[in-house]
Design a protein around this ligand. Structure first.
Ligand SMILES: Cc1cc2nc3c(=O)[nH]c(=O)nc-3n(C[C@H](O)[C@H](O)[C@H](O)COP(=O)(O)OP(=O)(O)OC[C@H]3O[C@@H](n4cnc5c(N)ncnc54)[C@H](O)[C@@H]3O)c2cc1C
Length: 497
């Protein structure tokens, strides 16, 4: 076989150990889609995946994907999200996303004749023009639990990759370095296989689909404001693709863009449990014991923006962590969070129906009085008492005088006054990061000067098109869109002889 023209610092590479047309790094949604499309375009494909089975964030997600109803309104809406958030916007990328994502349902259905998809929701920001075009879908099936739709979707993708097409997948084989030739073109990569460096030649191209850096605290600390920030997702996403692309000259973008909810982080799990309270009898208080927001109007993916305020006088993040405060009325209504079953921790743990196991473990903090609760969470008891007095008064009057939170007609049911009292320590919890190597509408990775890096493509949340404001179900849609484009274009490259 031809010799790699560059040895890497990950071991000395003397020969290619394996070769194929297109190598896809990462077997989540984007990697699977890219592999399917590259294969269908006539390329020999190999997927390399760091974990035992793959799936990544895709498999522990909710599993929703966007398929807008029309291209022009989708362009207007998505462009609006960029204009309103002042994030860096690429018009051609947005147009390509809109044009391709309207085909998502049709594409998913093409993978297996019996596939059923259902629509379930729309725009995250209905006030933005074009919002009516946003339509979200899930793949229907027989799985149960918070990750059911994700299992249906990833199961379908695996079926298409492994069974229908027989595309080989090397698991427990993390990609460590890209290999370039003398011109700087990417000609392969080095994979670690049981401690050995395996050099894989990619005759046509490499597609990076290794996900984000939700589980890389260093990268988070350097790029995303707020600390600590936990992850709801797959702990294997540690920014490998960002570093590999940087080494061959990639420019980065959208590094401060994250899709982020709130979660409870406990020592027993690497990832956090998603916390979203359905019952009205709860408030969020900061570390000073004060409410700071209309709890019900934080868009589910924009949680970080509600809590990343740094107090430069007090020299702390007063809202990280913050505390969800509730009482026996909410505790006794069933699981406190109807989202606790999604994400990596949610997939591995069955939350008790009456929350008693989690109280027993100390995950939910219980106290007989408000004063005791305040002491347990370390906030000023007088402040917390004052906050709750005011909240209960407002709830009885059906009007939130502080933040205008809408009360249902029966405002008193939002009162928090039936002991025991409870608190959950809440942190920003990433759904995923958006940043990474910049890509263009052809899914080519661009260098720091905006020029394509020969032989290198990307797809998925690694270097996503999304910036500071994110439309729910847009990431999996992006796996489909740029997975398809990257797969097609990588397969169409001429073989580097
Ligand atoms: C709780 C939760 C709910 C979500 N719900 C939705 C939703 O409903 N809709 C939506 O659009 N988005 C949702 N998201 C976000 C979405 O799941 C992800 O953005 C998307 O699935 C990312 O797909 P991907 O293929 O880019 O990355 P992933 O699916 O994370 O796949 C990346 C893969 O690369 C592997 N990998 C990492 N490093 C290496 C390496 N060095 N070498 C080889 N392999 C490597 C990883 O192990 C992983 O298998 C959710 C996320 C979470 C956590």
């Amino acid at each position: 076989m031809t010799q790699p023209s560059e040895s890497t610092s990950f071991g000395i590479v003397e020969n290619w150990d394996r070769e194929t047309d297109v190598v896809v790094a990462g077997y989540g949604g984007a990697g699977a889609v890219a592999a399917i499309e590259a294969h269908d375009a006539g390329a020999d494909v190999l997927i390399v995946e760091s974990t035992e089975q793959g799936g990544g964030n895709t498999l522990v997600s909710f599993g929703g994907f966007l398929c807008p109803t029309n291209v022009e309104d989708a362009v207007t809406y998505i462009s609006g999200l960029f204009e309103l958030s002042l994030s860096e916007k690429d018009d051609s990328l947005i147009r390509t996303f809109a044009e391709e994502s309207v085909k998502n349902v049709e594409w998913v259905k093409s993978l297996r004749p019996d596939v059923e998809v259902h629509s379930y929701g729309g725009a995250g920001f209905p006030q933005v023009p074009g919002a009516d075009s946003m339509k979200k879908y899930i793949v229907h099936g027989s799985e149960k639990g918070g990750n059911a739709f994700a299992k249906h979707l990833f199961g379908l993708l695996c079926h298409a990759v492994e069974e229908t097409r027989g595309i080989p997948v090397m698991t427990r084989a993390p990609a460590r370095r890209l290999v370039t030739n003398a011109r700087g073109a990417v000609v392969g990569l080095v994979v670690e296989d049981q401690g050995n460096a395996v050099a894989v030649r990619a005759r046509r191209a490499v597609i990076l689909a290794t996900g984000g850096y939700e589980s890389d605290p260093r990268m988070l600390r350097n790029h995303v404001k707020g600390f600590p920030i936990h992850s709801l997702g797959h702990p294997g996403n540690r920014g490998d693709g960002v570093r590999m692309a940087q080494r061959v000259g990639a420019g980065l973008w959208h590094m401060n863009g994250v899709s982020c909810g709130f979660g409870l982080k406990v020592p027993e799990f690497e990832s956090a449990f998603a916390m979203l309270f359905g019952h009205p009898a709860h408030v969020y208080v900061d570390r000073n014991g004060r409410r700071f927001v209309d709890e019900t109007r934080i868009e589910g993916h924009a949680g970080l923006l509600a809590v990343d305020y740094y107090d430069a006088q007090a020299l702390k993040y007063p809202r990280i962590p913050f505390y969800a405060i509730f009482d026996e009325a909410l505790r006794s209504k069933g699981r406190i969070s109807h989202m606790a079953g999604i994400g990596a921790a949610g997939a591995a743990y069955e939350w008790s129906r009456d929350n008693r196991d989690e109280i027993e473990k100390g995950w939910i903090i219980r106290a007989g009085t408000l004063g005791e609760l305040a002491r347990k969470i370390g906030v000023d008891p007088a402040s917390l008492a004052d906050t709750l007095d005011r909240w209960n008064r407002d709830a009885r009057q059906g009007r939130d005088g502080q933040f205008g939170r809408s009360m249902n007609p029966d405002g008193p049911s939002a009162c928090i006054e039936s002991p025991p009292y409870y608190a959950v320590t809440m942190h920003p919890a990433l759904i995923n990061t958006q940043g990474g190597p910049r890509r263009d509408a052809e899914a080519r990775v661009l260098d720091a000067f905006g020029e394509p890096i020969e032989g290198l493509y990307s797809a998925g949340e690694l270097g996503s098109l999304w910036g500071l404001l994110y439309q729910g179900a847009g990431n999996i849609a992006e796996c489909m869109v740029f997975g398809r484009i990257a797969g097609r274009n990588a397969a169409a490259e001429t073989s580097r002889g």
